[in-house]
Design a binder for this molecule. Structure first.
Ligand code: UDP
Ligand code: MG
Length: 313
């Protein structure tokens, strides 16, 4: 082995993936030959995000056969974002790649990704071109989310982008330098910049187990994304304020003129109730938005650790 041997760290966040882990390892090892030819060693970093099944045992089993398999196990479920961060922190590689345990990120394209890095790209990202096999309602909301993000955020957040991404050490360190507690990786990747090559592939169904994301969890995650990478919602209050002032002014003139022409009949109680409750609603909405940002700020200020480790090897 020559001294220029490079190391590629494969980071796999796992939450209840005991069935998928052996399959993932098997599939990914098929690419080992390619990397060996290139003088690149592999290391696996499985991040156990507080699984309730035999995920830890499955990783230990692999570690017995192959000591390049590492584990970092959390004290409870901290979420995929925390798992990504922990994995990147633990990775020693000259290159890092983030992959899901369920083989929805096909290892077969790793060589192609690496070739682009060799050509000088700083990171190689992937996106799905379709969402076959996903509930249509979920796809619909996902598309709404991305088109909204494109309008209200300066950071580029690509529709269908996966977290599956091969990065150089420089990009990895840039991502680690972003210490925020409320993490939204898709935005962070865009924010750090660097030259990125996008690869596209058709959606693949997960090999085993089931998705960990309920509709509600995804909805909350999308709010995290919006609040982490846009402050536009905060200006909604100003927008409505100006709008209502204008409307009120026009309405005043209208009432004044009508009173001059037709006298002053006391009417319009129902319309008054509608207007008051509408404005009340908008005020509560704006207050709610402020509250959301405040709660994020509160969590950031507390500066709690992003994850706690129970075991690592
Ligand atoms: N995951 C995690 N913590 C969580 C939820 C998910 O580490 O709280 C991992 C999960 O084990 C998988 C990856 O994140 O490796 C993607 O999750 P999943 O496949 O359930 O999401 P989907 O592909 O359905 O969007
Ligand atoms: Mg998946």
């Amino acid at each position: 082995m020559n001294t220029d041997t490079k190391l590629l760290s494969i980071i796999i966040p796992c939450y209840n993936e005991e069935q998928a882990i052996p399959l993932f390892y098997q599939e990914t090892m098929k690419q080992e030959f390619f990397f060996r030819e290139k003088g690149v060693e592999l290391e696996f970093i499985f991040v156990n995000d507080g699984s309730k099944d035999g995920t830890v045992e499955a990783v230990k089993e692999l570690h017995k056969q192959d000591e390049r398999v590492h584990l970092i196990s959390f004290s409870r479920n901290f979420g995929k974002e925390a798992a990504i961060f922990a994995g990147l922190e633990m990775a020693k590689g000259d290159y890092t790649v983030l992959m899901d345990a369920d083989l929805q990120d096909p290892p077969s394209i790793l060589p192609e990704m690496y070739n682009y890095i060799e050509q000088g790209y700083d990171s190689v990202a992937t996106r799905r071109v379709n969402r076959i096999g996903e509930p249509p309602i979920r796809s619909f909301f996902a598309r709404c989310f991305y088109s909204l993000m494109q309008k209200i955020s300066k950071t580029e957040i690509v529709d269908g982008a996966r977290d599956y991404r091969l990065m150089t050490r420089q990009v990895t360190d840039a991502i680690l330098s972003m210490k925020e507690y409320n993490r939204f990786s898709k935005g962070i990747f865009g924010w750090v910049g660097y030259q990125t090559k996008w690869l596209e592939y058709e959606n693949v169904q997960r090999v085993a187990g089931e998705t960990k994301w309920s509709f509600w969890k995804l909805f909350l995650y999308s709010l995290d994304g919006i609040m982490a990478f846009s402050t536009v919602p905060l200006s909604i209050a100003s927008f409505f304020g100006i709008l209502f002032c204008l409307a009120a002014f026009i309405f005043m003139i209208f009432i004044f003129v009508r009173a001059l022409i037709y006298g002053d009949p006391v009417a319009g109680w129902p319309s008054m109730v509608c207007i008051i409750s509408f404005i009340g609603g908008v005020q509560l909405l704006c207050l709610g938005i402020m509250g959301q940002y405040l709660s994020k700020l509160y969590m950031e200020v507390k500066n709690r650790p992003k994850y706690l480790v129970k075991e690592r090897f």
